[in-house]
Design a protein around this ligand. Structure first.
Ligand SMILES: C[S@@+](CC[C@H](N)C(=O)[O-])C[C@H]1O[C@@H](n2cnc3c(N)ncnc32)[C@H](O)[C@@H]1O
Length: 213
């Protein structure tokens, strides 16, 4: 998986569609944030397109990706932009990442993750009470989206209703989802449309905290 994205990293930002997708995703995510500030973790940050737009709205940002080449692109931008509150970390999962996060976001990553229940459980563990999980991804598709990716072994899109159940089973509350963007690309000469959803889930403040107020 990382090898596949390693090969794409140097040209990733040359696609205006990916820049537009990140810009609109950031707008939508910020509209769901209760207030600026706090700690942000982006899982599967790629070259940092989304996380670097969101960075101004958080006190500390951790950009995480499995691909060393993607992270190298993100680090080059960080050097140019001089953003000392933004760090990077190479990891192929959420285990062992720092907890106490106020927001955990991902864009077009979850369909690459085999163990979805494990993802939600680990995301819940990493968030601070009141923290938000914001996941943007493909609705179920016919498999054509990754037809150029020979060893693709992920999901052909994801059903946000099923993800809602997994999120709730992991302890999240206030789960909601809505369509917000459509990727348009030509596959084998045919124009195709792939809608994306944005799912939001919240880790509740724990029962002890609520009863002490
Ligand atoms: C489709 S790209 C999206 C990149 C970025 N979010 C964007 O929208 O431009 C998927 C990214 O997720 C990363 N990725 C996939 N599976 C991962 C995993 N298990 N752990 C960490 N990163 C992963 C890939 O390396 C790649 O950078």
């Amino acid at each position: 998986m990382a090898n596949y994205f390693d090969q794409l990293a140097s040209q990733w930002d040359e696609d205006p569609g990916k820049l537009e997708r990140a810009r609109i995703t950031a707008e939508q995510m910020l509209a769901l944030r209760p207030a600026p500030g706090g700690r942000l973790l982006e899982f599967g940050c790629g070259t940092g397109l989304l996380g670097l737009i969101l960075a101004d709205h958080f006190e500390a940002v951790l950009l995480v990706d499995a691909s060393a080449a993607m992270l190298a692109q993100a680090r080059q931008k960080l050097e140019r932009l001089a953003l000392p509150h933004v760090q990077t970390c190479q990891s192929d999962g959420l285990a062992d990442l720092p907890g106490g996060q106020d927001a955990l976001v991902s864009l077009m990553v979850l369909h690459h993750v085999a163990d979805l229940a494990g993802f939600f459980a680990q995301a819940h563990a990493l968030l601070a009470p009141g923290g938000q999980l914001l996941v943007a991804d493909l609705y179920p598709e016919d498999g054509s989206f990754h037809q150029h990716h020979n060893d693709f072994d992920g999901h052909h899109g994801l059903d946000p209703v099923e993800l809602t159940q997994l999120a709730q089973a992991a302890g999240f509350a206030n789960v909601s989802h809505a369509p917000y963007f459509t990727i348009e690309k030509t596959q084998a000469g045919t124009p195709r449309r792939y809608p994306l959803f944005l799912l939001m889930a919240q880790k509740m403040a724990d029962a002890n905290y609520l009863t002490e107020q």
